[in-house]
Design a protein. Structure first.
Length: 326
């Protein structure tokens, strides 16, 4: 399940998931996604003003409008006595699903610590808690409450970045005509909720190791392991275990500028790159969209990519670390 489970419009039950679309490597050639950004809310880099997507006025999946937060008032250190954010927690969260916390006041969470099996620690250090409510460590968002996020404070996710070298019909690496650098490809899913291309990531379950989340989410979303036959499941498990058991490259760990973030709940992720150097591991498995993915595809890594949240930045780091085209 993607992000929160990595969804733009809130977690979806298994009963709402549409049938998977087959996009095996043999059926569909890899593509390059060009930028289609039309606003600050769709264009993002890690070096933008804090909380760009988390300040977009229209809160996803609702008619709720955030209080506009100008760039010069984003930082909590800037006095803004007139700041009066809208309070909103989505009905799906208030219905008390297993992945969501109760309301503040009806339970006693231990923020900045491992609270039973729920990890309420931030990757970026200790965050403020005022009147028993956690405060977004990056900046104002124009909205309080939890929105679509289940946890007060950090909501932890994991993003597996599976890559391979683009090769020609002879099996030789393809070099970009301008940069003269080898071209990397990565496995991307097209999300059903917001139709944006993204990494096949998802939420870390309570008590689950991040390493297992990375493997599970990739198997479910990019290989449709949930609907695979026993024989296919075994084959997927062997290849995935071999690749994900290798030393992955940690690309990022920390806060994510996500459109669902609020002043009291926010997304954090660990992004790890697993590279199929020879192309004879995961590359040989047929890609098939599953869980919350609508499509799945090997995509050329390029600076023109327009992806969900901060995923483009993660790919930039991977390309530069592996001396590939960007």
């Amino acid at each position: 399940m993607p992000y929160g489970g990595d969804v733009c419009l809130g977690p979806m039950s298994q009963s709402k998931i549409r049938p998977p679309i087959s996009c095996s490597a043999a059926q569909v050639p890899a593509i390059t996604v060009k930028s289609v950004s039309t606003s600050a809310c769709s264009a993002f880099t890690m070096f933008s003003a804090p909380n760009v997507k988390a300040r977009c006025l229209q809160y996803p999946g609702s008619e709720i409008q955030r209080v506009p937060v100008p760039d010069d008032k984003v930082d909590w250190k800037i006095d803004w006595h007139m700041y009066s954010p809208v309070s909103y927690t989505a009905p799906v969260v208030l219905n008390k699903p297993v992945w969501a916390d109760p309301d503040i006041g009806s339970f006693s969470p231990r923020f900045n610590s491992l609270d039973g099996k729920v990890d309420r620690r931030s990757h970026e250090g200790e965050y403020r808690v005022e009147n028993g409510i956690p405060i977004n460590p990056h900046s104002r968002t124009g909205l309080t409450g939890r929105g679509l996020l289940g946890r007060w404070g950090p909501n932890h996710a994991a993003d597996p970045i599976v890559t391979r070298w683009k090769r020609d019909s002879a099996g030789l690496r393809v070099f970009h005509p301008v940069s003269k650098m080898p071209v990397l490809q990565f496995v991307s899913i097209k999300r059903k909720d917001c139709l944006e291309w993204a990494l096949p990531g998802g939420m870390v379950d309570p008590g689950e190791l991040v390493s297992l989340t990375l493997q599970r989410e990739f198997s479910e979303e990019a290989l449709n392991s949930l609907d695979a036959s026993p024989e296919e499941t075994e084959r997927i498990h062997e290849r995935i275990t071999a690749l994900f058991g290798s030393q992955g490259l940690e690309v990022y760990k920390g806060y994510v500028d996500d459109p669902r973030n609020t002043d009291n709940s926010w997304m954090e992720t660990v992004a790890v790159n697993f590279h199929d150097e020879t192309g004879n591991s995961v590359s040989e498995l047929p890609l098939q969209a599953g869980d919350d993915a609508g499509q799945v595809q090997w995509i050329d890594i390029d600076s023109a990519l327009s992806l969900y949240a901060s995923h483009s930045h993660f790919l930039e780091v991977v390309a530069k670390k592996r001396n590939a085209h960007w």
